[in-house]
Design a protein around this ligand. Structure first.
Ligand code: MTE
Ligand code: MO
Length: 520
């Protein structure tokens, strides 16, 4: 940057950008050490998520998938940087006014951090740190820019003076060095913050007890013989993740409690160790999201370890008025589950283990609800800390307030895993295969139709219970050409997957997947 002009708009905008980056990074680090959710970026981002109109949110989950969070964070970052650059440009005329713009930015982020339902007084710390660092760097850089441009003016006025030229060059070099130092500090502070957030959990130290009656291992799935079919059990690190959180809550076990209250005979407060000491059960349950598109990937099957919810509710003693189980996560997020569903005998768990390990942070550490047969948004509360027996009239959960259904049984669905849509396969013997699910009702039959012909019955993989998905495959002697392959499932209680391609929210998607396959 040999031609950098310290009095230009660009230079001032850069000063605004760099001071904001430094402030945000320092605030992020401070938040990592106190409460990650109070980080300025995350506080703003979470508010944006909550204010996002539902259809846009649905679109983001559908089109961006797991990238929805990075895309949102990037948009927040771009918006912030634009304002920061603006603050710099304003400071070219009035340093004080520029500082006011920056301060307004910090104040907004701080206010949002404190406005969260789970906010604590300590959450003011990241905002204060951001303000101190951001404004400090800002004042220093505006001062340096002024000095540098005065020196430059002096050098132009005295064309013959080598001292003046040298002084101008030196002050310019000083500016660039200062900018480099601020950028390096910001990068380091942000990276350290991220590192602290990632490593600040005790999950690795936990040894889970065994279930009172451990389940036999799952039988071998079809994936061994037919590559491309989803594994009978989804590996934890490949299990889909859907939630409203930008960063997943990191829960400290020493202070975590599970509270059971509301319309109960006796309130209960349990520690993590209390849960571990109760008789634990193991269950194979498939989880899926109402936002899963036909053929989509928001479905997974795991072996959960936990306490039967009814054991806890029986201990508390359910009152006579409640019709809803309202569960609250550590960040204030809520889910409501119909009490009828909770007590109709199905295996609802307060799960602490997933596939033989403690729940990972992404999937709800230290405890989550798992309710077979209903979509995640009405029964799979992660980072659970409170179960309240109440009524729908008295209290509404996050999605209920946004007009989503209160009862949301999972529709019968089948997915084609192989061949992939629009893929090309060799002519001759191959298989069409995938998974089908209708939790809590079980899959009786899966049928495949090729090029609009008759529905052919596929072969089913091992049966791991009513609440678990079922693998299926159909051997196919594929002739050359372009083919349309469709699949549908039938439940054990006779429900046939219908051909409605997409029903509008809040029913979620239902329907038959059809894929085009090229055979050559
Ligand atoms: N605390 C909390 N729990 C939550 C959610 C959430 O946003 N916050 N999302 C729910 C939804 S919509 C689904 S589909 C499941 C997904 O669980 P998973 O991320 O473990 O797959 O979690 C449910 N539990
Ligand atoms: Mo969901």
């Amino acid at each position: 940057m040999p031609s950098m002009d310290p009095s230009s708009r660009m230079s001032y905008a850069a000063a605004g950008l760099l001071s904001t980056a430094a402030g945000v990074a320092a605030g992020h680090l401070a938040a990592a050490l106190t409460d990650p959710a109070a980080s300025p970026v995350l506080a703003v981002g979470s508010t944006v998520i909550d204010l996002t109109p539902t259809p846009l949110k649905e679109w983001a989950v559908r089109e961006l998938g797991n990238a929805d969070k990075p895309v949102l964070l990037a948009s927040v970052a771009v918006g912030t940087l634009v304002l920061a650059g603006l603050a710099g440009v304003v400071a070219r005329r009035s340093a004080r006014l520029g500082a006011v713009v920056l301060l307004a930015l910090v104040a907004l982020a701080g206010a949002l951090a404190l406005h969260r339902p789970a906010a604590r007084p300590v959450d003011v710390v990241p905002a204060l740190v951001s303000a101190a660092i951001g404004l400090g760097v800002f004042a220093a850089s505006v001062r340096s820019l002024r000095t540098a441009s005065a020196t430059a003016t002096f050098a132009t006025a005295l064309p013959g003076s080598p001292e003046a030229v040298l002084a101008a060059r030196a002050s310019r070099r000083g500016l660039l060095l200062g900018a480099g130092a601020v950028a390096a500090f910001s990068g380091l502070a942000a990276a350290t913050g991220q590192w602290v957030i990632r490593t600040g959990t005790q999950i690795a130290d936990i040894v889970l007890p065994r279930a009172a009656k451990p389940l036999p291992p799952l039988p071998a799935g079809l994936e061994k013989a037919h590559a491309g079919i989803s594994a009978l059990r989804t590996p934890t690190d490949r299990f889909y993740r859907v939630d409203t959180n930008l960063v997943v809550p990191r829960v400290n076990l020493d202070s975590w409690r599970l509270r059971i209250d509301g319309d109960v005979r006796q309130e209960l407060t349990l520690t993590y160790d209390d849960l571990l000491a109760m008789p634990l059960v193991e269950r194979d349950i498939t989880l899926t999201c109402v936002s899963n598109e036909v053929g989509g990937k928001y479905v997974g099957a795991a072996r959960w370890l936990g306490v039967p919810l009814m054991d806890l509710l029986d201990q508390a003693g359910i009152g006579t008025k409640a019709d809803q189980l309202l569960s609250t996560a550590v960040d204030g997020f809520t889910i409501s589950t119909p009490l009828d569903v909770v007590r109709d005998g199905r295996d609802v768990l307060v799960a602490i283990g997933m596939n033989g390990e403690p729940l990972p942070a992404d999937h709800g550490f230290p405890a989550r609800l798992v309710t077979p047969g209903v979509y995640g948004f009405v029964g799979a509360t992660k980072w659970l800390e409170r179960l309240t027996l109440t009524t729908y009239a008295a209290k509404q959960a996050y999605w209920t307030k946004r007009k989503w259904a209160t009862d949301a049984p999972i529709k019968v669905s089948a997915r084609i895993d192989t061949p992939k849509p629009f893929s090309t396969v060799d002519a001759g013997q191959t298989v069409i295969g995938g998974v089908a699910w209708a939790q809590h009702r079980g899959i009786a039959r899966v049928e495949v139709r090729i090029d609009g012909g008759a529905w052919q019955t596929a072969r089913l993989g091992p049966d791991a219970g009513l609440d678990y998905w079922r693998q299926w495959y159909l051997p196919w002697d594929a002739p050359k050409g372009r083919h349309l392959v469709a699949v549908r499932a039938v439940t054990k209680d006779g429900d046939v997957q219908t051909a409605v391609r997409r029903t509008p929210f809040p029913d979620g998607s239902s329907g038959i997947q059809e894929v085009v396959v090229n055979v050559s």
